[in-house]
Design a binder for this molecule. Structure first.
Ligand code: NAP
Length: 322
């Protein structure tokens, strides 16, 4: 099977590429910057320059391809909007895949997308799910809730650096999953015929609230977190102001996501049947505790080594008389 990965430089896309290469797939990656994607080439993937927002690049990228895994999404740092990339770009990719007679198409949506029509990214995901279902393609839709990888910057680093950890009152608990584990589901979908024309959640064993994650990080780091509360009302006001100016529409669309977190509704789903359908084992999935434990063990070891090196350098300096 010749696989095209879209979004392969992203947090999830790179894990999908790694996993697919490890499983022996011929992997081609559609990338906007081959220089930035050089690591994928080193791993053994073929790179093809393209952009979801440039339709003319899609047909050549799909030439000879039998399966597509799409893990792309708008970068918050990009000038392109959610509508341009996640709607116009994705529908263009689906059309091109259909025209290229692609046999399997895996798409990443977000858990509970249908419940938040006022949140632009959720609404776009829901509409793309429908577009894909009507495309005639043999699709599989996977719906994660959140990635463990995001928790390092959000909680672990600020706690270690004694910086503020921002929380929004009682935020919804989220069943985070490691992107390496999500990648297993995406690649396995290509081999399990029952997953065609189906939608599945891909979430961790249980939903974690912000405070539970903070307490875990405090325990593992031995440091107290400085918790700073961001009132939801303030975020809503910033969003309303941002909607006035075209240059900040992207920011406003992203701030809308706070409505999902403020709903108080846990982002989680039962996974037993999903594991069984994909032939994967729940016990092989990394838990949030294990992921954080591993991170703090490695970082603490590094900090100790640095401390040791610095005191060794100081001692050596003291020994030099001039
Ligand atoms: N992050 C989460 O917690 C989360 C939760 C639920 C679902 N998801 C879904 O999971 C998928 C992967 O998310 P992620 O966080 O791994 O994404 P990410 O790290 O932000 O990466 C986005 C990827 O999309 C590519 N991309 C952006 N605009 C593009 C364009 N116009 N043409 C071609 N490629 C483009 C980026 O390429 P460049 O390197 O060139 O920018 C990058 O490879 C997405 O569908 C997302 O909606 C994510």
């Amino acid at each position: 099977m010749n696989l095209l990965v879209v979004g392969a430089t992203g947090t999830l896309g790179r894990q999908i590429t790694r996993r697919a290469l490890d499983e022996g797939y011929q992997v081609r990656c559609l990338v906007r910057s081959p220089r930035k994607a050089a690591f994928l080439k080193e791993w053994g993937a073929e790179l093809v320059r393209g952009d979801l927002c440039d339709r003319t690049t899609l047909a050549p990228a799909l030439d000879g391809i039998t399966a597509v895994i799409d893990a792309a999404t708008t970068r918050p740092t990009d000038s392109l909007s959610i509508k341009q990339v996640d709607w116009e770009g994705k529908t263009a990719l689906i059309d091109a895949a259909k025209a290229a007679n692609v046999e399997r198409f895996v798409f990443f949506s977000i858990l509970n997308a249908e419940q938040f029509s006022a949140v632009p990214l959720m609404e776009v995901k829901r509409c793309t799910e429908l577009y894909l279902a009507e495309s005639g393609l043999n699709y599989t839709i996977l719906r994660p809730a959140g990635f463990l990888q995001g928790l390092i910057g959000q909680y672990a680093i600020p706690i270690l650096e004694r910086q503020a950890v921002w929380v929004m009152g009682e935020m919804s608990a989220i069943a985070y999953m490691d992107t390496q584990d999500i990648a297993k589901f995406a690649v396995r979908a290509l081999k399990v015929p029952e997953t065609a024309k189906q939608t599945y959640p891909v979430v961790g064993a249980r939903a974690w609230s912000s405070y539970e994650i903070i307490r875990l990080c405090e325990r593992l780091s031995g440091q107290d977190a400085k918790i700073a509360k961001m009132p939801i009302g303030l975020l809503r006001t910033v969003r309303r102001i941002a909607r006035f100016f075209q240059w900040s529409w992207n920011l406003a669309d992203r701030l809308a996501f706070t409505e999902v977190l403020a709903s108080g509704q846990p982002l989680t789903a039962p996974m037993a049947e999903v594991y069984s359908t994909f032939g994967l084992e729940p016990q092989d999935t990394t838990t949030l505790e294990a992921y954080m434990q591993d991170y703090f063990t490695r970082i603490m070891k590094k900090l100790k080594e640095l401390d040791y090196e610095q005191s060794a350098q100081k001692q050596a300096k003291r020994r030099i008389p001039f």
